[in-house]
Design a protein around this ligand. Structure first.
Ligand SMILES: [Zn+2]
Length: 307
């Protein structure tokens, strides 16, 4: 079944490559709103895609589920192009005001995000009208302590951000910092299982309706990671390498190491989980694992994004 066919009228999902989050557009009659805006290097493409999909209507609101670089990278360009308002979850509002790239995770991940400002907060428990439907903002920590997901009970649609994808969920970053993340992610998955959405519009990948199967995969993956935190740390290392490859497409091993070795998350993974290896060795291992899974290719010193 085509999941797109089950979307109510007025909702358009611009499914992007994995570097950028999806952009979910809501037609509001004379204007449109969007949830999440992709990665910074794709910002101009995001503006063009939204301009096209909006068919002449102005974008008036940008809503962010969380502030990871791949969900807010188009905020600045869209705000400039359309004079749209930006709504963010409250957790990192202060950090946005002073543009603290450390707290906002752009520095520790070695990722890029054009500076943006926000106009209003979207707190868990708040209702938000998007298009013709009312959406409840629900706290969804685990992947990101400050993330919210959006749920409409009439149509039973969940905008799940990085809490649930058709195949998995976003990396559990807080555990790296010595904070709790697995427990929170489990609670979020349990809430989704109880809520039984008919349709999930994830932050990455196509909308899907077989939510039960996606939850089963997510629960088993979560239990595997929680049982073996080193596995979670290795997964985050792969995510950092893959994300950088998605951005640069092709690089060399020395250049990749020069970019990622100084980042705080790599230092944390090294110090906390693999102190007997060098940071370069753990990144090379992550790259080898990506190559083995077909997500990257190595030709001598050259490293190429794949998959
Ligand atoms: Zn994320």
């Amino acid at each position: 079944m085509s999941a797109a066919a089950t979307l109510p009228p007025g909702i358009t999902v611009l499914e992007r490559g994995w570097l950028s989050s999806n952009n979910v557009l809501f037609d509001e009659g004379h204007s449109v709103s969007v949830v999440d805006t992709g990665y910074g290097t794709h910002a101009e493409q995001t503006v063009a895609l939204i301009r096209h999909a909006a068919r002449g209507k102005p974008l008036t609101r940008i809503v962010n589920t969380h502030l990871h670089s791949d969900h807010v990278g188009g905020n600045a360009a869209l705000r400039a192009a359309f004079d749209a308002q930006v709504l963010i979850p409250p957790g990192l509002a202060e950090a946005v005001c002073r543009w603290d790239e450390e707290a906002l995770s752009y520095a520790p991940t070695g990722q890029y995000c054009p500076r943006f400002a926000y106009d209003a907060l979207l707190a868990p428990g708040q209702m938000l009208r998007l298009g013709t439907l009312d959406w409840l903002a629900v706290a969804a920590p685990g992947h990101d302590p400050h993330m919210v997901v959006l749920y409409n009970d009439d149509e039973r649609i969940l905008l799940s951000a990085d809490a649930l994808w058709e195949n998995g969920f976003g990396a559990i970053f807080p555990e790296l910092e010595g904070e709790s993340g697995f427990t929170e992610q489990r609670a979020v998955l349990e809430w989704i299982a109880q809520t039984r959405p008919r349709l999930v519009i994830p932050g990455h990948g196509a909308p899907f309706t077989d939510v039960e199967a996606a939850l089963a995969r997510a629960f088993s993956r979560l239990e595997a990671l929680a049982a073996d935190p080193e596995r979670n740390a290795r997964h985050v290392a792969r995510v950092l390498v893959k994300f950088w490859l998605l951005q640069v497409r092709e690089t060399t091993l020395p250049a990749l190491l020069a970019h990622l070795v100084p980042t705080r998350y790599v230092k944390l993974i090294h110090a906390r989980y693999f102190p007997t290896q060098t940071p370069s060795a753990l990144l090379e291992r992550a790259l080898m694992e990506l190559v083995a899974s077909g997500a990257a290719e190595r030709r001598g010193e050259r490293v190429i994004d794949r998959g």
